[in-house]
Write a protein that binds this ligand. Structure first.
Ligand code: FO1
Length: 315
């Protein structure tokens, strides 16, 4: 098989990334992950989306909660509360171990790419999971209370404040990570897949890096997006609320329009089959499929659908 590059955010994206990793040989797959949600907390560097993808591929993820490690214990959090230290961001004990190991590596001089390779390798993952950049990019949202860092908005404020605008601090100067750049320039690159992540919060941080946007615009291969909407709503997270607040209709047309000529093909859910005709009329190839991923079978099936949309045979 030729090389596949997937761009992913957290939870929804991580599910498709896990499906791709199950059907594409590890040497043929690069999964680049949003780092706009990353932040510094309690002296640690926390990379929620990299961790969601890592845990999903390692089978360690908590599928109920959607983030963090399953069968987690919370002793460190209990101690933090006792010590009157910040406890608004929940760090399970095993998860904390990962943040400690990453932060230790970064403080020792490794890049985020090197630290991520070491951590995913130690967890036994053969798949190439890479940060979108080794330079800091920080997603911030503008609310009535001013600009909020992403995790303050998402976790501390539970996405309650209406969002007026979004920015990606540092993106203008950020370069794609070495492994992402390598994947983009591979002569055997066959497809780029946008996982079903929030276009405004999880994919835009990638596109805000000028070098990456230009590389995607000049790509010689199909770009296939799997829509994060199901039945005109988002399965999880603030996508539908955010779109409404930004004055954008919560439809697949808005998603396609947002990517502004970048997409060749969009995979939409079967409950939105009526959108197919209009999307095709707008010049896109469309595949209608079940996009809800409840288990490994669903994840692999959707991965095969996305690959076949890019004309890659998985056997
Ligand atoms: N999301 C929450 O809603 N509450 C939390 O306390 C929380 C803790 C957390 C810890 C580690 C981690 O990797 C992710 C965590 N998330 C939490 C999810 C995180 O906020 C992500 O940004 C979302 O998954 C959006 O992609």
């Amino acid at each position: 098989m030729s090389h596949v590059l997937a761009l992913s955010g957290g939870v929804g994206g991580a599910k498709l990334a896990a499906g791709l990793a199950a059907v594409v040989p590890p040497e043929d797959l690069t999964i680049a992950v949003n780092t706009g949600d990353d932040f510094e907390h309690l002296g640690l560097t926390i990379c929620p989306d990299l961790d969601s993808v890592t845990y999903a591929l390692a089978g360690l993820n908590d599928t109920e909660r959607g983030w963090g490690v399953r069968d987690e214990s919370w002793q460190a959090m209990a101690m933090l509360r006792e010590l009157d230290a910040p406890s608004w961001f929940n760090l399970g004990d095993r998860d904390l171990g990962l943040h400690l190991a990453r932060s230790w590596r970064l403080r020792g001089g490794e890049t985020l790419s090197q630290a991520t390779a070491a951590l995913t390798g130690a967890l036994g993952l053969a798949a190439r999971i890479v940060p979108m950049s080794d330079d800091p990019v920080r997603t911030q949202v503008e609310t009535d209370a001013g600009w909020l860092d992403f995790q303050t908005y998402f976790v501390a404020e539970q996405c309650r404040p209406p969002v007026r605008a979004i920015r990606f601090a540092g993106a203008e100067m950020a370069r794609p990570s070495p492994m992402l750049s390598t994947a983009l320039s591979r002569p055997d690159l066959a497809a780029i897949i946008l996982c079903p992540s929030n276009p405004w919060l999880s994919v835009d941080p990638f596109l805000a890096m000028p070098e990456l946007r230009a590389a995607l615009e000049d790509r010689p291969v199909p770009l296939v997006a799997v829509s994060p909407l199901v039945g005109g709503a988002a399965l999880k997270g603030p996508l539908a609320k955010l779109m409404a607040e930004l004055g954008i209709p919560v439809t697949n047309f808005s998603i396609a329009e947002h990517y502004n000529g970048l997409l060749d093909h969009i995979v939409i859910d079967q409950t939105d089959a009526d959108d197919a005709e209009g999307l095709r009329a707008a010049g896109l190839c469309v595949t209608v499929a079940g996009t809800v991923m409840r288990d490994a079978e669903d994840r692999e099936r959707l991965a095969r659908v996305a690959l076949s949309a890019a004309r890659i045979e998985t056997g």
